[in-house]
Design a protein around this ligand. Structure first.
Ligand SMILES: [Zn+2]
Length: 197
């Protein structure tokens, strides 16, 4: 487990500092999983335990919702020998645009980060509409809270992280006054955050 977090840190997929989230809340850590995908070997290493778990499951197809899930579905397909496909948004609705799921096929959803699991419900709907059976989610980072489990069971993850976030007026990092607040909206800001660390 600790290996995975070190790999994520090494490519800035996991940042520590003082971050403004899109919700307006503050956090001491930030996940940007696309950064892991820059390095296929690191990606493969992080996904190894997930692939080992998936090999033991009765799964026919790994389904990665675009964009975040595509590379991880592919990597799991590569490591397990199972078929990997992706769903994508067509006019803002998740759809199976270019692949087939055959009736009765057992499908595992692959995500980068699962926070609530609610967004995976769209992919589950697509799988079921095609006649497939959704057997669960696997992901790189499981950020679900114990008191709010994912509506679709998470059957394997590389890393489980409990990252607290705070209302600005209650933020302990603001109170400590040592780290400037960073909004990671662009590549430039990501670079800036790195320099700040
Ligand atoms: Zn703060």
């Amino acid at each position: 487990m600790s290996d995975a977090i070190e790999i994520l840190k090494s490519c800035d997929a996991f940042l520590e500092g003082h971050f403004l989230l899109s919700s307006g809340r503050h956090s001491g850590a930030y996940c940007q999983m696309a950064y892991l995908q820059q390095y296929p070997e690191k990606c493969a290493e992080v996904m190894k335990p997930v692939a080992e778990a998936v090999k033991k499951l009765d799964v026919d197809v790994i389904v990665g919702p675009a964009m975040g899930g595509i590379v991880y579905a592919y990597e799991l397909g590569r490591q397990t020998g199972k078929r990997a496909i992706f769903t994508e948004r067509v006019e803002n609705v998740m759809a199976l645009k270019r692949f087939a799921i055959h009736p009765g096929e057992k499908c595992l959803i692959a995500e980068d980060v699962v926070t609530t699991g609610v967004s995976s419900l769209e992919t589950k709907r697509v799988i079921e509409q095609a006649g497939g059976v959704c057997v669960g989610i696997c992901c790189v980072v499981d950020r679900t809270k114990a008191d709010a489990p994912s509506p679709i069971p998470i059957v394997a993850s590389a890393l489980k992280l409990d990252l607290p976030n705070y209302a600005p007026e209650e933020c302990p990092i603001c109170k400590a006054g040592k780290l400037p607040l960073v909004h990671l909206g662009s590549r430039k800001m990501a670079q800036k955050a790195k320099q700040t660390l």
